[in-house]
Design a binder for this molecule. Structure first.
Ligand SMILES: [Zn+2]
Length: 288
């Protein structure tokens, strides 16, 4: 199912494209997005409706918007139960398609990033705590339902989900999308949000910003040369929040844009859609 295409269809038609959706439900809930691993589904229903995903309640905004998403390795169908304000109920079952992930081998990574020392491991553990507390799951804003834009225009050099080897050693999959751009290129907020972390130098991520789009959807911008925002600040879509750099575990300047929904790693490219025609780079860059 193609998100770009769906955006131009009336919501009622979008809802009917989902497998298992009863025809009589079409005017009470609609879902847009791709039901695939790493996919993000945005729902619209009547304000005051209770929405339950696999037994867990989802936040529903005043506008009736809600969100759920599928991890890189999600397996199987999900079940959505809705209870409308008039107490009528319905249940939907959504099949989640699997994806194939390519292997990416990156050589020439500094050894401190591949085999950190005990001291460096302590710093990595401290960073992990900072990052965990920067991902609230209950922010009552529904900016996630607005159309996302790319934070930087450029050549995509790494896609979501790649299985990675650094200097020949297997490491965690690549959870972001990499966009090559020269150091100093402005990074824009892909949607409105509240800054939850603004750090000049995390061990792996380098300069990093966590941006909270509401209901647990968090954008992460990594390897920044400059961080222009502060924790707690609210930014609008398109506002410049920092600049591309080559900080942290990189082999060249690029933006790595990641996205979490609750504990799941999800694919930002599915929200941002096709990259606008990139401007030519001023010089060649290599980006993991
Ligand atoms: Zn990356």
């Amino acid at each position: 199912m193609n998100l770009r295409l769906l955006r131009y269809l009336p919501l009622v038609i979008v809802a009917s494209l989902f497998a298992g959706l009863p025809a009589w439900a079409e005017d009470r809930v609609s879902l847009t997005g791709e039901a695939i691993q790493g996919g993000i589904i945005i729902g619209t229903t009547e304000p005051g409706t209770k929405v339950i995903l696999d037994g867990e309640p989802l936040m529903v905004s005043d506008r009736g918007r809600f969100l759920f998403a599928f991890d890189r390795d999600h397996e199987g169908a999900v079940h959505l139960d809705l209870e409308y304000p008039d107490a009528e109920r319905e249940s939907l079952s959504i099949e989640v398609a699997t994806r194939e992930y390519d292997v990416q081998r990156i050589e020439g990574v500094a050894s401190k990033y591949v085999s950190p020392s005990a001291e460096q491991l302590e710093r990595i553990a401290r960073d992990r705590n900072l990052k965990r507390t920067a991902r609230p799951t209950d922010t009552a804003r529904d900016w996630f339902a607005d159309e996302f834009i790319w934070p930087v225009n450029g050549v995509v050099t790494g896609t979501f989900g790649l299985q990675r080897f650094f200097n020949g050693q297997p490491r965690r999959p690549h959870y972001g999308v990499d966009v090559a751009a020269v150091t100093g290129t402005p990074v824009a907020a892909p949607a409105a949000g509240i800054v939850r972390l603004a750090h000049p130098d995390l061990y792996f991520e380098g300069g990093a910003i966590f941006l909270d789009h509401g209901h647990g959807l968090i954008s992460v911008m990594m390897h920044l040369s400059r961080v222009d925002v502060e924790v707690g600040q609210q930014v609008e879509q398109g506002e410049i929040i920092g600049a591309v750099g080559a900080t942290g575990r990189v082999t060249g300047p690029h933006l790595d844009w990641r996205m979490y929904w609750r504990a799941a790693h999800v694919d930002p490219a599915l929200l941002a859609g096709d990259m606008p025609t990139p401007k030519p780079l001023e010089r060649p860059t290599e980006a993991p």
